[in-house]
Design a protein around this ligand. Structure first.
Ligand code: ADP
Length: 634
């Protein structure tokens, strides 16, 4: 008796997409099914090494066969198989996060037809079978079960499950191919040559033999020029894992192809890193840096990690202990001969070997990036635009534990330079007697260049780092200094730009203008902690600065974080004593002191706007502006 069951909603949606795809790479279904078969054998093998009772096998294989008349293609493995429960959980529901992401992306892009190469980016897995098959039969028996089950689906809302006899554990998937049509010839997969090529193309590195019966012409013994047709079992894949090949044998194209298939990217990686480490700890690593950040890199759903193998036996996917957070975008795998297979997941996480490998891998990645920056600036720039912000987080993380290691990898836009430069380059081009590394924060380059606090610095030719990422100031705060030069925000504290004489002159002037400044301070006492004459303005009338500590930029960033204490920067209003506006203020102070509060308020609002803050009361601001205009015209 067959049971009829409903597919889960998401699965139904994925099925529909698969069936209706006018997608050209239908052939990837084979890669997906073979990779499932290989995973299933991996699981069996792993268990057989760790669980005493399990019969050891040495005849692992994935077998392909087809029947031209019945239009069926069969993929059979002798792996772990599925129990009744697993069958329903795995095939009745989409399990794989890749498929879920795929669906989300499809939803977001609002496309009805999938005519784009989007499927290849994701591991859509089992359901891809429906791109080519009208019926899919899965015969499976779990290692832990005495009975087998048959799952049948035509890709509609339901599937059927019934009990069957099956001798060996493992899974056999029979696809009944769809009818050829004008757009696509489904029969092409019922062909030895085609299947051989697909296996070579997509599944060559699968570690278990992928076999098929192959027709061959062989010379007949003793009879010259006579051939007869025989059928022989042939292994179609080379089985050597790519990472076990000699470094100099490996071509970039091979690595790129491997990367794209294994990590579901449609672009070549930006960088591949191969490591063969020998000595006290032996391991092979194959690492990739993608060209672009995956769209969910910063979401909680993103799982970082490298795949872990021990002597070629797969242990786990996404082992997160192998890669630090700030390198979460790195993909790849580690194969170590030193890790014991019997080790449990919990122990593995605490394993010293694993953390040693992780440290080593991190160092290698960083040093590869250093040499990229040195030798191929354009490529580094491409990397930095995609992932630079992660490195800045790396500096900020753990209270700056890794700042020494990472600080030379950060490049900045600056006021004086065309290209982005490192801190080393900044320091090398500092002016004589320049004590600080100056920086300014803002939304973008243009808004930073327009900051009034930039006046004197620009005039004197000092270079200034332009910070536009939220994390920038936090990272700089953690670094504190570079090459013994302290960082200095152009709108915080004293910039140390004036010489002794100028300094003295300003002090005297301030003494002289004290009554006005005190009055302004009193008017604005709710908003600013002080009103002073500026040492940094030349062309602009006013600016806001903060005292050392929390800066404006940090205040804004923190304001957007959830559930945090929200410290505020201490604001100081600076006025340019050489500006006409200052003279106007003085006049008002002496002639019409009652109007001073409104003007002071306008002045402060102006300074707020320049800094990118919101006005406390826009309506009040507008009213005061209007009154002022009316007064001028009268
Ligand atoms: P993925 O393999 O990426 O998790 P799939 O949709 O391809 O996603 O498969 C879903 C699940 O079905 C697998 O995780 C696995 O548990 C099970 N499965 C698929 N094919 C096989 C197979 N040949 N043998 C055993 N289990 C399988």
């Amino acid at each position: 008796m067959a049971e009829i069951k409903q597919f889960k909603t998401e699965s139904k949606r994925l099925l529909e997409l698969m069936i209706n795809s006018i997608y050209t790479n239908k052939e990837i279904f084979l890669r997906e099914l073979i990779s499932n078969a290989s995973d299933a054998i991996d699981k069996y093998h792993y268990l057989s090494l760790t669980e005493e009772v399990l019969p050891k096998k040495n005849d692992y294989e994935i077998f392909l066969s087809f029947d031209k008349d019945a239009k069926t293609l069969t993929i059979k493995d002798n792996g772990i198989g599925m129990t009744y429960q697993e069958l329903n959980d795995s095939l009745g529901t989409i399990a794989k996060s890749g498929s879920v992401e795929f669906l989300e992306k499809m939803k977001a892009s609002n496309q009805k037809d999938i005519d784009i190469n989007i499927i290849g980016q994701f591991g859509v897995g089992f359901y891809s079978a429906f791109m080519v098959a009208k019926t899919v039969d899965v015969r499976t028996r779990s290692l832990y079960d005495t009975k087998g089950y048959l799952f049948t689906s035509t890709g509609s809302d339901t599937y059927e499950v019934s009990e069957i006899e099956k001798e060996e554990s493992g899974t056999e998937i029979v696809l009944t191919l769809r009818e050829n049509n004008e757009e696509f010839e489904f029969d092409q997969f019922l062909d030895e040559w085609k299947l051989k090529n697909l296996v070579k193309k997509y599944s060559d590195y699968v570690r278990y033999p992928i076999r098929m019966n192959v027709h061959k012409s062989v010379p007949v013994e003793d009879k010259k020029d006579k051939y007869e047709e025989v059928i022989e079992v042939e292994t179609l894949n080379s089985m050597t894992p790519l990472w076990k090949k000699n470094k100099n044998e490996l071509k970039d194209e091979e690595l790129n192809e491997f990367y794209k298939q294994k990590y579901y990217d449609y672009e070549d990686p930006l960088l591949n890193i191969q490591l063969n480490v020998e000595g006290t700890m032996e391991y092979t690593a194959l690492l990739f840096i993608p060209k672009k950040a995956p769209y969910n890199l910063y979401s909680e759903k993103y799982e970082k990690g490298l795949q872990l193998y021990s002597k070629g036996v797969f242990i786990m996917d996404k082992c997160k202990e192998l890669i630090p957070d700030y390198l979460r975008f790195v993909k790849g795998l580690i194969d170590s001969s030193d890790l014991s297979l019997n080790i449990s997941r919990e122990l593995l996480q605490k394993s010293k070997q694993l953390s040693d490998i992780a440290k080593n891998v991190e160092k290698k990645i960083v040093s590869r990036l250093e040499s990229l920056l040195k030798n191929d600036y354009d490529k580094y720039l491409e990397f930095f635009k995609a992932f630079g912000v992660n490195l800045k987080f790396g500096i900020y993380d753990d209270f700056g534990l890794k700042k020494e290691m990472l600080q030379d990898l950060i490049i900045y836009n600056t006021v004086n330079q065309e290209k982005m430069i490192s801190l080393k380059e900044y320091v090398a081009s500092m002016k004589e007697n320049q004590k600080y590394i100056y920086y300014a924060s803002g939304k973008n380059k243009a808004s930073i260049l327009a900051l009034p606090q930039m006046d004197l610095l620009k005039k004197e030719g000092y270079d200034v780092l332009m910070l536009t990422d939220d994390v920038d100031e936090f990272a700089i705060n953690v670094m504190q200094e570079y090459d013994k030069k302290a960082f200095k925000s152009i709108n915080q504290g004293d910039l140390d730009l004036l010489d002794k004489k100028e300094e003295k002159k300003l002090k005297e002037l301030e003494e002289q203008k004290k009554p006005l400044l005190e009055k302004l301070k009193d008017i604005l006492k709710e908003d600013v902690s002080d009103v002073v004459l500026s040492k940094r303005l030349t062309d602009s009338a006013v600016c806001l600065v903060s005292s050392d500590g929390v800066s404006f930029e940090m205040e804004k960033v923190i304001a957007n974080m959830p559930n945090q204490e929200k410290p505020k920067a201490t604001k100081i209003l600076e006025i340019n004593p050489n500006h006409e506006l200052f003279k106007a203020l003085e006049k008002i102070y002496y002639d019409n002191p009652l109007e001073l509060p409104d003007y002071a308020d306008l002045l402060y609002s102006q300074a707020l706007l320049i800094e990118g803050f919101e006005l406390k009361d826009p309506v009040d601001f507008a009213r005061k502006m209007s009154n002022l205009i009316i007064k001028i015209v009268k």
